[in-house]
Write a protein that binds this ligand. Structure first.
Ligand code: MTE
Ligand code: MO
Length: 150
């Protein structure tokens, strides 16, 4: 993506919180997720969008976990101004360790909702049939809450 195009993206900097207690600060650039929702015009029955990631947690996390990382994002969270499809971090292209080529930034949610290494996005009207049905990988495997607002 050219610097001129990147320069037009909104940028957000905010304290980032993981549920495990660590945090960090960065500045992110990208496309508002609401722009994608507007473009797709999901049917009125759609409640969430699912971000599917490239990482197989059996390989990257162990502890007996399995399956590809994903998270379900309620459409009202996706439409919020704090929701970004990020391609840039601290003024440079998004690095692989932080989710290149594309990651979610949801500045009003805990870290585990911010899917890195996105490979596909799907709009659904029920999260029950996705993964183990709890609304996300961390919810399925660790019983985290599925709308962790901060
Ligand atoms: N694809 C994918 N995205 C993910 C995760 C993951 O394991 N796989 N972990 C989540 C969790 S629990 C946190 S706290 C943040 C960490 O983001 P960072 O590596 O940019 O700090 O990524 C989130 N996104
Ligand atoms: Mo996390």
């Amino acid at each position: 993506m050219s610097p001129a195009v990147l320069a037009r993206f909104p940028r957000y900097g905010r304290l980032f919180d993981c549920i495990q207690g660590w945090n960090g600060i960065a500045e992110w650039g990208g496309v508002p997720l609401s722009a994608l929702v507007d473009l797709v015009r999901p049917s009125s029955s759609a409640t969430h969008l699912i971000c599917y990631a490239m990482d197989d947690k059996a390989l990257t996390e162990g502890h007996g976990r399995f399956g590809y990382f994903y998270e379900a994002i309620p459409l009202e969270v996706a439409r919020a101004p704090q929701a970004l499809l990020a391609m840039e971090m601290n003024g440079a292209p998004l690095p692989i360790e932080h989710g290149a080529p594309l990651r979610l930034r949801l500045e009003n949610q805990l870290g585990y909702k911010m899917v890195k290494w996105i490979k596909a996005i799907e709009f659904v009207d029920d999260v029950g049939g996705i993964g183990m049905g709890q609304g996300g990988y961390r919810e399925d495997q660790l019983h985290y809450g599925n709308v962790p607002g901060i």
